[in-house]
Design a protein around this ligand. Structure first.
Ligand SMILES: [Zn+2]
Length: 236
């Protein structure tokens, strides 16, 4: 079990023009990590992977465990072994991100960020399931359900990536949430921590696994500027 690297299937950039076909099974993905985030085939919801179990937050607000045979177009996983842990309290999302990036000197580092505890408020969004012909990521996420909770116990899991890697992944923070009771999940838009434990795991290695048997992926001419602006719109 290699705890020194992030394994990422696909790129965030491939979602931008609408390459939403699942190209790795959840079973294969979980062989590369027990913790992470992603989305399902057809941009179907938000994926949260904790303790070796993959969950889907769906656009109807339900959370369910993903079967090993289901497929994903994009996901990042790692084997959890945080090097540092501390407590955090009374922080909103902007302050949290600023403080964590500074305190752990993340600017040029890949890191997994996990927060377990009590949240005063949490706001998530869930990408709506797409059918072919697929819309672009910006069009697909122009209207998407948002979910909110107050006084929620749960877990934030996600990554920080150097801005140099925007396009390959999300430059900066990309965080998902799952409540302990599995009643609230999704891609984090906003939150305020009440009291929680923060764990940080830095990685020297970032492994990108590409869907080289997917005809649409092979034929797509990616445009960096379009990808950059779409990620800033759809993933922050
Ligand atoms: Zn996300």
């Amino acid at each position: 079990m290699d705890t020194s690297k992030i394994f990422q299937h696909g790129t965030l950039g491939l979602l931008v023009p609408g390459l939403y076909d699942g190209t790795i099974t959840a079973g294969e993905l979980l062989a590369h990590g027990d913790t992470g985030i992603g989305t399902l085939d057809g941009l179907n919801g938000e994926v949260i992977i904790l303790n070796g179990h993959a969950y889907q937050a769906r656009e109807d607000g339900q959370v369910r465990e993903i079967a090993a045979t289901e497929t994903l177009p994009f996901a990042s996983v790692h084997f959890e072994a945080p090097q540092q842990a501390t407590t955090v309290s009374q922080l909103d999302m902007a302050d949290f991100q600023r403080q964590v990036a500074t305190d752990f000197q993340l600017m040029n580092v890949f890191a997994a960020v996990r927060v377990d505890g009590m949240f005063k408020r949490v706001k998530t969004r869930v990408a709506p399931h797409q059918t072919k012909p697929y819309k672009t990521l910006v069009a697909a996420t122009a209207t998407q359900p948002e979910f909110e909770g107050t006084a929620v116990e749960g877990t934030i899991i996600g990554y920080f990536a150097p801005h140099l890697f925007q396009g390959a992944t999300v430059g900066g923070f990309h965080l998902h949430f799952l409540s302990t009771d599995h009643q609230l999940g999704g891609h984090l838009l906003d939150f305020e921590i009440d009291q929680a434990k923060l764990s940080v795991q830095k990685f020297a290695d970032f492994q990108v696994h590409l869907p080289i048997d997917n005809a649409d992926y092979l034929a797509e001419k990616f445009d960096n500027d379009t990808i950059d602006s779409a990620i800033n719109k759809a993933e922050r």
